[in-house]
Design a protein around this ligand. Sequence first.
Ligand code: SF4
Length: 349
Amino acid sequence: MIDFYPSYFEKFKCIADKCPDSCCKGWDVVVDDKSAEIYRSIGGFGEKITASMTIDNDGDCVFVNKNGRCPFWGKNGLCEIYIKLGEKYLCKTCRQFPRLEQQYDRFTEHLLSFACPEAARLMLDSENAYDNFVCASDSELIEKSSNFIRLLLIARSTTVSFLKDKKLDFFDRLKLCLGYNKAVQAFIDKETDAVEFKPESVLISPSERHSCNAVFRLHRELEIMSEEWKTVLEKAEKTDFANPSPILSDMLERLGLYYIYRYYLTSLDSRNVLITIKRLVCACIVLSRALNVWEKSPAELFCLYSKEVEHSYENSEAMELEFLTSPDFSADTLVECLDTQFGQKSSYK
Ligand code: SF4
């Protein structure tokens, strides 16, 4: 088993009381069986912890939220369990967050989550963070893998190269990702004998045009957890379309790489590569406009989006259903949305 880490991974350190948000806010902390057993056995402060645990509707053991906060999140922003018992007594969720681990057949990829503002800041600041990840040129690993994962690894590398092609405007890069993955999907679905993709097919302005109303409508219909997000979303929808500046393009590219490395290989199970690209396109459309009305740091906005949309199981399910069934979210329609939003001549040569 080979482990891959992005360059920012080792730099992460929880900033605790300096955190502008907190992973203890708004979420139920799921307590793993081993930690629950330890809390029940230690007496003293362990009894207070045990009294704060309950079983939720999904059958998970969780800490009972108090006013939307973990009961052990102190007013000083510090964790009472950490202070009284030490780090090794934190449950697995708290010990690991925001670290993510994705295990595949022959390798494991490690990432951080955008749902932590400090991790989001590090990720938005890091260039070429995934250059050492498994890619199509890792011939040994690719050759030893099954045919399907080999196809996905090659397609993922190609998608990454489209996303990082700085010769193009960022939204042209997204159009290439959509068009290319539509071709990959047709091959997976056995509609074609090879991945057949011509970049011109998405970069020439389409005859049909679509507004991004459906993208915002979908986000409005998701479960919204905070007033802050509701307000930002409403304001963002009313802002003018604008071309992403080079700085915004870099941020969106880094978000895009995170989405690709986090989700692309989930198509091993779903056999659908387009879902990841559609999630990314929707995130970029909403975030690029939300930044126009956002007054805090970009990392905090990307974090808020991650908590509200990406990390909610129900919201992710609702989005996937829409992506699979609604013509508003076909690859072609999304290409047309990007063209409308940034309606300008393609810079593709
Ligand atoms: S969200 Fe991140 S920085 Fe903030 S308390 Fe949690 S782990 Fe620490």
